[in-house]
Design a protein. Structure first.
Ligand SMILES: [Zn+2]
Lengths: 489, 97
């Protein structure tokens, strides 16, 4: 032997996404987040005897949208099942979910773990289910040996997206999760907010000897509440498993809870029968039979998806793939950009302005593009003024910021601040000579090989003109004057 | 159809029920009788027959996504053995961090 065994990491994710619809999946209670405890319940979601569930059509539509977006096969017949377990936040004693015949199966998404390297992550299934309530343990509320229960979340519609164990590193899992969120948000069916719990993720992690096809014993990791948290928790568990295996130990099948603050995953104390859910078809809900025509209608009304849109921009506008990726991270940003790019001469200018100025403001102000105080049409006006040489690019940026602050029109700002570009040759010559005269030392240094001082002079001229001088003319005249006066007569 | 004592114990445990030895033996007998009775169905040849979970054949029975009034909170909490500040009060939930 002598050769050391190398292990391969195997990760699969189960992702729960809360659907952005008004009422619960099986009753008319509101799904509004943050309401007073237990004000959004009814006999159905409280599990009172005799109450019967009725399926929300929109929940089905949204599940189908996601299924189509990840290329799943949508079944025209699926079945709701009861998943039986006891927990105080589950008043019925079972969760309505799908088990044997889920809504959709066999999809895939593409992630890019390295520049130019595409990897397919297969999706095993997508099914519909209801959420459970919430336990409140906050100390200001409860004593040490009790919990408070809020059942508002009971029956909130979820889809569960189950991947195949196709990820080989925590980073790939992170990319896959990010991709799912991007798709959910693109379809506008889930807000993708992990800290509010509208997107949740559990992971299965195992290791196998490199080259082996057989999966090793897996552990389940829960309670990861952020995207980076998922990656960190997985890194922790991967390292732990590797250490155990490399020292000749064995992995125990168990469930671990991630403790974000301490940065460790701790085994959950579980009863041995904890996973014996005794699924069976829910007799209260007949099989979900879908009309092919309806599925087709949904397919026809899907928004243009991320990849096709990127490809179209690369083809029609000649934009770099990088720009297209950044601009399609969010559908609203993509729509904003599309409105701008259609109306300007140079698509790359549009992409530079949106990636530079627009995304910067969104980040600085921590706002969404819907709250941005500059419309795509106003941005187009600024880009056109720069393009026509009416204002400089630097002045354009100033106008951009002023529009955001003052909500005046770009043209008004240009006039108010007197930003019209100075492109009068004589005037620029005068300013150039003035700057040269006032900086004899720098001129001396420049002439003795201090080429880098050129930028200094440009800066001075721009300062004198408040950034309004035509940069091309400035360069030209400055070079001429600096050289021309080399041998003053 | 044989039912073991352990089967009854497991089912009881999953249902959070506790029985005396006598009761376990009694239910073991009951379960055995029920399963033997239902087992008669296995005498039929069902090759190629789709399993029937439901006898109704309604088509589209979905509802539109419309919010309806919920119960007033006092109503929702009325049957709770213990409540406080608008919450259901229960013994501590284990294994949550
Ligand atoms: Zn309800």
């Amino acid at each position: 032997m002598g050769k050391e065994t190398t292990y391969e990491t195997v990760i699969g994710l189960e992702v729960h996404a809360q659907l952005l619809i008004r009422s619960k999946i099986f009753c008319g209670c509101s799904t509004q987040f943050g309401a007073d405890p237990n004000t959004q319940t009814c006999p159905v979601c409280l599990g009172l005897p005799g109450a019967l569930p009725v399926l929300n059509r929109k929940a089905v539509e949204y599940a189908i949208r996601m299924a189509l977006a990840v290329h799943c096969q949508v079944h025209t017949r699926s079945i709701f099942a009861r998943k039986n377990y006891f927990y105080p936040d589950l008043p019925k004693g079972y969760q309505i979910s799908q088990y044997e015949e889920p809504l959709a199966e066999n999809g895939q998404v593409i992630i890019m773990p390295e520049e130019g390297k595409r990897k397919t992550i297969r999706i095993k299934r997508i099914h519909l289910e209801e959420d459970a309530g919430k336990s409140v343990h906050a100390e200001e509320y409860v004593t040490e040996n009790e919990s408070f229960i809020d059942l508002n979340r009971c029956g909130v519609p979820l889809i569960e997206i189950v991947s195949e164990p196709d990820m080989r590193s925590p980073f790939e899992a992170y990319l896959y999760l990010t991709k799912l969120r991007q798709l959910l948000r693109w379809l506008n069916i889930c807000d993708g907010n992990m800290d509010e719990g509208s997107l949740r993720c559990d992971a299965n992690i195992s290791h196998r000897i490199q080259g082996s096809r057989q999966l090793g014993v897996k552990t389940e990791l829960k309670n990861m509440n952020s995207f980076r948290g998922v990656e960190k928790a997985l890194q922790f568990e991967v390292e732990r498993q590797r250490k155990v295996l490399e020292s000749g130990g064995k992995i125990e099948q168990e469930t671990l809870l991630w403790d974000e603050k301490k940065g460790i995953a701790v085994p959950m104390r579980e009863k041995e029968e904890a996973h014996d859910y005794r699924y069976f078809p829910d007799p209260d809900l007949i099989p979900l039979t879908l009309d092919r025509k309806w599925i087709d209608t949904i397919l026809q009304s899907q928004p243009e998806m991320i990849e096709p849109r990127k490809e179209r921009w690369m083809r029609d506008y000649g934009l770099p793939e990088y720009d297209c990726s950044v601009l399609t991270e969010d559908r609203e940003i993509a729509d904003y950009f599309e409105t701008v790019v259609e109306k300007v001469r140079d698509p790359k200018q549009a992409s530079n302005w949106v990636m530079g100025e627009v995304l910067r403001i969104l980040k600085e102000e921590k706002i969404k593009i819907g709250q941005l105080k500059i419309s795509p049409i106003q941005l187009v006006e600024i880009i056109k003024m720069v393009d026509d040489g009416r204002i400089t690019r630097a002045a354009g940026k100033r106008v951009f910021n002023e529009v955001v602050l003052s909500s005046l029109e770009p043209r008004q700002i240009v006039e108010k601040l007197g930003l019209v570009q100075v492109s009068d040759r004589e005037e620029i010559e005068r300013i150039v000579l003035d700057v040269i005269q006032h900086h004899p030392n720098e001129v001396e240094k420049y002439r003795n090989g201090g080429e880098r001082l050129f930028g200094f002079f440009v800066g001075q001229i721009m300062k004198a003109t408040q950034g309004k001088a035509d940069p091309k003319l400035v360069n030209e005249i400055l070079r001429e004057k600096l050289v021309g006066q080399k041998n003053p007569c | 159809m044989r039912i073991q004592k352990e089967d009854v114990e497991k089912i009881a445990k999953l249902a959070k029920l506790q029985f005396s030895e006598d009761e376990i033996e009694k239910f073991r007998g009951h379960l055995e009788e029920i399963l033997t009775y239902v087992n008669k169905l296995n005498e039929l040849n069902t090759d190629g027959v789709e399993p029937t979970y439901y006898v109704q054949h309604a088509g589209d029975v979905m509802r539109e996504d419309r919010v309806k009034p919920s119960l007033p909170r006092e109503e929702a909490l009325k049957n709770a053995p213990a409540q406080d500040k608008g919450f259901f009060r229960v013994p501590k939930v284990i294994d949550q961090t």
